[in-house]
Design a protein around this ligand. Structure first.
Ligand code: MG
Length: 256
């Protein structure tokens, strides 16, 4: 193979449920050119099966579950072998990932040895309080990711990082964070990387590009997500593209 392309989802393949024009064709061409493709998201709300369905339905590329790495899996890696029971502020993605490493999700905070925080779209005060009480009593605090927002249909909605801030503020504790650009996510990716060089394609400098930089992978910023043309991203990308539709041509040129 010619190398591995690690592709972020939201802001790269689609924004909300609107596909980026040419994304599916670009992925197909990269696969035909001999690149290994991985899909990496800080979204911990959806299950891997849902993420696969979403890639297939929105951009028409036949992604497989083994190609998808989410921050719920990274968080589960952080907890595997350390605790048996966790209280969760988050979605089905976390439930599935915890089950896969043998950690039970409990409803009573008094039994929790860890609290896992992700994006929770059914959050209410009582569940937030339960998480805070568990952490205050000594439960480990783990977050799937700390993205402050996610791009929704009417603008930027509060993300896992915003919910995490509430728990950290109330407890005075700092979470171990699993998702991009942190080590647990990089370790999860490394178990799937079969060929080098490695390219990371993303729209968010502080997660996608920071992860690439930390590992010496090539960082490609696309302007279809959170960064607008003319802004000065930090860390700086190796390449900037209008969209992922231009990626096959870029790799063609740089590999020649
Ligand atoms: Mg993104």
């Amino acid at each position: 193979m010619k190398g591995t392309v690690i592709c972020d989802l939201d802001g790269v393949l689609f924004v909300g449920s609107r596909p980026i024009p040419g994304a599916g064709e670009a992925l197909t061409r990269l696969a035909e050119q001999g690149y290994d493709l991985l899909f990496c998201t800080n979204n911990s709300y959806r299950t891997v099966g849902d993420l696969v369905k979403r890639i297939r339905a929105l951009v028409g590329f036949p992604a497989e579950a083994e190609q998808v790495v989410g921050s719920a899996e990274a968080a589960a890696r952080l907890l595997a072998g350390r605790v048996e029971r966790a209280y969760v502020l988050g979605g089905e993605g976390i439930t599935e990932a915890l089950a896969s490493v043998g950690v039970d999700q409990v409803d009573e905070w008094t039994r929790a040895q860890a609290v896992v925080v992700g994006l929770d779209r059914d959050l209410d005060y009582d569940r937030l309080a339960a998480a805070v009480l568990a952490v205050s009593r000594g439960a480990l605090l783990v977050a799937t990711n700390e993205d402050p927002t996610w791009p929704g249909p009417e603008g930027l909605y509060p993300g896992a990082g915003a919910i995490l801030a509430a728990v950290e503020t109330a407890t005075g504790r700092t979470a171990e964070v699993a998702g991009k650009p942190r080590m647990p996510m990089r370790d999860a990716l490394k178990t799937r990387i079969r060929s080098e060089p490695v390219w990371v394609v993303g729209d968010r400098p502080e997660t996608d590009l920071a992860m690439a930089k930390a590992e010496g992978w090539k960082g490609v910023l696309v302007l279809t997500g959170v960064v607008q043309p003319g802004q000065d991203p930090d860390p700086a990308p190796d390449h900037v593209l209008d969209s992922i539709a231009d990626l096959p041509e870029l790799l063609d040129q740089t590999q020649r």
